[in-house]
Design a protein around this ligand. Structure first.
Ligand SMILES: Nc1ncnc2c1ncn2[C@@H]1O[C@H](COP(=O)(O)OP(=O)(O)O)[C@@H](O)[C@H]1O
Ligand SMILES: [Mg+2]
Length: 366
């Protein structure tokens, strides 16, 4: 017998600063059922405002709050359009799980900041909002990230095969799902964000479509070596990262001048692939199935290169498992909202480094 539906909305806007991934999902059964999805890109002005807030700057408290309000309005219009397209209504939705937009992630200082005015989002939609999922984990001594491994564990684990899920957003993170051992996971390093920034600087485009530009360049070994010397890559998990470390200044500091732009792009793609492959070899020994998700899964040059670096393990996208890799994280935040409303812990302490399981999120009732 089918359970009566439990409808949740998930909203994800990640470090890439590309826009909002929104889903409507029925979470009444063990496996989520995706009912509708919607993508709302950020316009250049909002993206630039958000980018600027990653750095200290004049009157940043005020600018942060205004950007949060603007995000809330965009989240709300996205939710309303999502529900209209699915012929659903706000009264049927238990909650929105809203990740918010990270503008600072500093667990070493005891905080992380995702903005998006959850109170305004609740007001504009008439739906309960759960947000600020990361702070409690940090309060318990964790990194507050990554949080998706718990969801990967729930929906993508297989009793007979050793799977690894690699989410390539602005930052890349992996989830290790060995059949007879505990789930682990951590941030590997830059996913797309350095490639995106370089592409914007040289081609005026937000990303390198399918990795064609990177594919036209040559990897620069000395540059790659300088980048791989970054201490973050050698840190033992738990670890997480963001634009706080990996930004265009990080890249500029490693250039020596005179490099061809396409060669730098090829080297950045190689960096993303090498750090992921190295993390899999080091921490996921014996993995036979690698599944990519996040926007980086569309980068075919990257997909081919990862396949070459990981002989013996098939590299597919999560779509192969029937889960839309562009919306997996948004579904995860819908699920995290359900966990919060049900009072269930949702972090994996072995992943984040928290001292104990925590109920994640702040609840803003409808
Ligand atoms: N067709 C494509 N070719 C190459 N890269 C792509 C393509 N589509 C999306 N991307 C990459 O994916 C990023 C968005 O990925 P996403 O999973 O939304 O990351 P985040 O969670 O950080 O927002 C884009 O900024 C871009 O780098
Ligand atoms: Mg995104």
């Amino acid at each position: 017998m089918r359970h009566s539906p439990e409808l949740y909305v998930g909203l994800m806007s990640g470090t890439s600063l590309d826009g909002i991934d929104a889903v409507l999902a029925d979470l009444s059964e063990a496996q989520p059922r995706l009912l509708a999805r919607r993508y709302a890109p950020f316009d250049d002005a909002l993206k630039n405002d958000l980018l600027a807030l990653h750095q200290p700057g004049h009157n940043e408290l005020h600018r942060t709050q205004l950007a949060g309000n603007q995000l809330a309005r965009l989240y709300a219009s996205t939710v309303n359009a999502l529900l209209a397209a699915a012929s659903s209504s706000s009264t049927k939705i238990k909650a929105i799980g809203c990740h918010g937009q990270t503008i600072r992630h500093r667990p070493e200082h005891g905080y992380t900041l995702q903005i998006g005015n959850a109170a305004l989002l609740a007001e504009l939609t008439g739906i309960t909002v759960v947000s600020d999922f990361r702070s409690r984990d940090i309060a318990a001594g964790g990194q507050g990230a990554p949080l998706v491994p718990a969801f990967h564990d729930k929906v993508l684990r297989h009793p007979g095969s050793h799977r690894v899920i690699v989410n390539i957003g602005g930052i890349s993170n992996l989830t290790n799902l060995p059949p007879n051992a505990a789930t682990s996971g951590f941030d590997c390093g830059p996913g797309n964000l350095l490639m995106d920034a370089w592409c914007m600087q040289h081609l005026g485009k937000p990303y390198d479509d399918c990795g064609i530009w990177a594919g036209s360049g040559k990897v620069l070994p000395a540059l790659l070596e300088r980048m791989l010397a970054e201490p973050f890559f050698a840190l033992l998990p738990p670890k997480s990262s963001g634009r706080d470390l990996f930004d265009i200044a990080w890249l500029q500091g490693r250039l020596r001048g005179g490099e061809l732009a396409e060669d730098v792009q090829a080297t950045l793609l190689e960096l993303t692939c090498r750090t992921i492959a190295q993390a899999i070899r080091q921490y996921c020994a014996g993995a036979t199935e690698i599944y990519l998700c996040g926007g980086g899964a569309h980068n075919q040059t990257l997909h081919r290169r990862l396949t070459a670096l990981l002989p013996g393990s098939g590299v597919q996208t999560t779509d192969f498992l029937g889960v839309d890799g562009d919306y997996l994280e948004a579904i995860a935040f819908a699920w995290l909202a359900q966990q919060a409303l049900q009072g269930k812990p949702a972090n994996i302490p072995a992943v984040t480094g928290a001292r104990h399981p925590c109920i994640l999120g702040a609840i803003y009732p409808a």
